[in-house]
Ligand binder design. Structure first.
Ligand code: KG4
Ligand code: ZN
Length: 337
């Protein structure tokens, strides 16, 4: 097998991993939540500075945990984009530096390909073809995965990403950052039917998503309730909001699995298997509802561990296996994308 050392710094987590074929030998994530919490969201410049401080120790930790020295690594991999440009640059520069010093090849990886490729890791890797819902803080899309090296976009959000909507809702409800897990926690004590929030696009034949109307609906509800009323009904608001986000994601997955197509291109292929990726795929309600969907429709289901849903470098190594690496010194001219 071939050992890959991967770095991922596209957002606010400094991530490194050592992966041997499909086997994760180490997967280190240094979260910056504490640094961004007081701002209620990610501050790009703060993220870059933290990556700079954390990246070398986190590389050392990944090697140490895997029990290998750099000399044993066959190639390096790094997320080149999309993401926060300053944050990406720290990972790209570091990977270039380490790879060049050791005269190793370097794979440049697309972040979203990484989220798809998390499903190729042990245990129980899934083989294409499958339909993959990627729902994160920056993206929400349905990917048709017919090979290991990429995917085609069957539909995507027309405005906010699902994770972005959850983050904004959490801020509105005073639940802090990151919003997805905070909404999930608060929702446990709430009634998902207490507020009727719109599930956009449910009856739209396309496979696209929209979350901005839902966000506005929550804003109006909060205004109407006032501060005290919002606090009193916070669990119900969180549960109802989460349910509306999940309803839309599941409705589109169902439509896509049955062979619904983007912009009436053709009565496109139906799919036999569904996988999830991105931070929102860590959500328990979504995981339950997708499992139900697969049961009812007779589809194979692949759910990776939660720590492989949110940003991590193991998924970048998983994708790198299917991306031709650039030899030394060709990658020295690389920029973040
Ligand atoms: O994939 P990811 O870690 O970073 C991006 O590529 O954006 O996704 C982060 C997003 C955030 O919006 C966060 O609130 C959301 O994933 N998220 C969740 C959960 N954990 C993270 N959303 C719902 N439920 C969760 N348990
Ligand atoms: Zn991500």
């Amino acid at each position: 097998m071939s050992l890959i050392l991967a770095l991922e710094t596209s957002c606010d987590d400094t991530c490194t991993a050592v992966v041997d074929g499909a086997e994760v030998r180490s997967n280190v994530i240094s979260s910056q939540v504490a640094a961004h919490e007081r701002f209620g969201g990610i501050v790009p410049e703060v993220a870059s500075r933290h990556h700079l401080e954390l990246v070398n120790p986190v590389v050392d930790a990944a090697l140490a945990e895997a029990g290998v020295g750099l000399e044993r690594i066959d190639s390096l991999a790094v997320t080149r984009g999309p993401g926060l440009i300053g944050a990406l640059l720290i990972g790209v520069s570091t990977a270039k530096g380490i790879a060049a010093a050791a005269r190793k090849p370097l794979h440049g990886v697309d972040h979203l390909h990484g989220h798809v490729a998390a499903n190729f890791l042990e245990p129980d890797p899934i083989e294409p073809p499958f339909l993959c819902l990627i729902a994160s803080g920056g993206h929400t899309l349905l990917a048709g995965v017919t090979g290991h090296s990429g995917y085609s976009v069957l539909g995507q959000t027309l405005d906010d990403a699902a994770g972005e909507a959850l983050d904004k809702a959490a801020r509105l409800l005073g639940l802090g950052y990151p919003g997805g897990p905070a909404i999930e926690r608060e929702a446990r004590g709430g009634n998902p039917a207490a507020f009727e929030f719109p599930v956009a696009m449910r009856d739209d034949p396309r496979l696209d998503f929209s979350f901005s109307g839902l966000k506005t609906a929550l804003l109006y509800a909060v205004r109407e309730l006032g501060d005290d009323g919002t606090l009193e009904h916070r669990a119900d608001l969180a549960a109802s909001f989460q349910a509306a986000v999940v309803d839309q994601l599941v409705a589109k997955l169902r439509r896509a699995a049955r062979g619904g197509s983007r912009r009436r291109r053709s009565a496109a292929d139906a799919w036999d298997a569904i996988a999830l990726g991105g931070g929102v795929a860590a959500n328990s309600l979504l995981r339950e509802r997708v499992a139900e969907l697969c049961e009812v429709e007779g589809l194979e289901l692949k759910l990776v561990a939660r720590e492989l849903c949110t940003d991590n470098a193991a998924m970048i190594a998983a994708a790198a296996r299917y991306v031709e690496p650039a030899p030394y010194p060709d990658y020295l001219a690389w920029d973040a994308l």
